[in-house]
Design a protein around this ligand. Structure first.
Ligand code: NDP
Length: 236
């Protein structure tokens, strides 16, 4: 299958972002990833950018446009955690998580939106988390950044929905990546007890949903929050 559309995935060098980039390559798209370190998977163009740096992102996007063409599918995936209880959380713990997870999405979507408006087609897919709506002790910074993505996507839908552009949120539960490998074994076991599916998810299971949201089959879906969490967040 081939597809002329150009996809950009932030943080595509590892974890969920890498699996998303691999899936888009398999689907036949032209795929670029931003990475601060390392490289995207085979078949992708890797550009260097820190999502907290608007000038670096602008330069990276220009490179992608020159090499592959205008970006009409953006996946804002780059994210970090700085978990600790509220009373121990520093301003920097809070600000850096918001600047990366929410500010990073704002910067990349803003930069890509011009091309989408011109093309009268766009897919904006924001990688949130089950904890954005469920809440999580020790993650007030992270949960706030992830629920912020919901208001962001829904406002984008109202601003850009008439121009063939959709904006949706994907809310993964516990997915096996470097981010979750850092959690102590007893915390992981506690999480698993609460997941109706009885297992953690695989990054490819998130990638499949992202791929579908980017497809023509999902043209009439916008402002939605799609869980990929084995039932963990049901109703939230
Ligand atoms: P990883 O820690 O495995 O990967 C994070 C990715 O984000 C890396 O590519 C990293 O790049 C990139 N990144 C972080 N900060 C920046 C920055 N300032 N600028 C550019 N890139 C940056 O995480 P996951 O793959 O697990 O998570 C991916 C997304 O999915 C995140 O938004 C996360 O919040 C979300 N998520 C993950 C869940 C999970 O269970 N794993 C559950 C729910 C949501 P580098 O290699 O250079 O550090």
């Amino acid at each position: 299958m081939s597809n002329d559309r150009v996809v950009l995935v932030t943080g595509g060098n590892r974890g969920i972002g890498r699996a998303i980039a691999e899936r888009f390559v398999a689907d036949g798209y032209r795929v670029a990833v931003t990475a601060r370190s390392g490289e995207g998977p085979e078949g992708t163009l890797t550009v260097r950018a820190d999502v907290t740096d608007a000038a670096a992102l602008d330069a990276a996007m220009t490179e992608v446009e020159q090499e592959l063409g205008p970006v009409t599918i953006v996946v804002a995936n780059a994210g970090i955690t700085r978990d600790t209880l509220l009373l121990r959380m520093s301003d920097d713990d809070f600000d850096s998580v918001i600047a990366t997870n929410l500010g990073g999405a704002f910067r990349v979507v803003k930069r890509a939106s011009k091309g989408m408006i011109r093309a009268r087609f766009g897919r904006i897919i924001l990688i949130s988390s089950v904890v954005g709506l469920y809440g999580s002790a020790g993650q007030v910074n992270y949960a706030a950044s992830k629920s912020g993505l919901v208001g962001f996507a829904r406002s984008l839908t109202r601003e850009l929905g008439g121009r063939g552009i959709t904006a949706n949120v994907v809310a993964p539960g516990f997915i096996e990546t470097d981010m979750t490998a850092e959690l102590p074994a007893d915390t992981q076991a506690e999480y698993k007890k609460n997941i109706p599916a009885g297992r953690f998810g695989d990054a490819a299971e998130v990638a499949g949903v992202v791929s579908w949201l980017a497809s023509d089959d999902a043209a009439y879906i916008s402002g939605a929050v799609i869980p990929v969490d084995g039932g963990l967040g049901m109703g939230h």
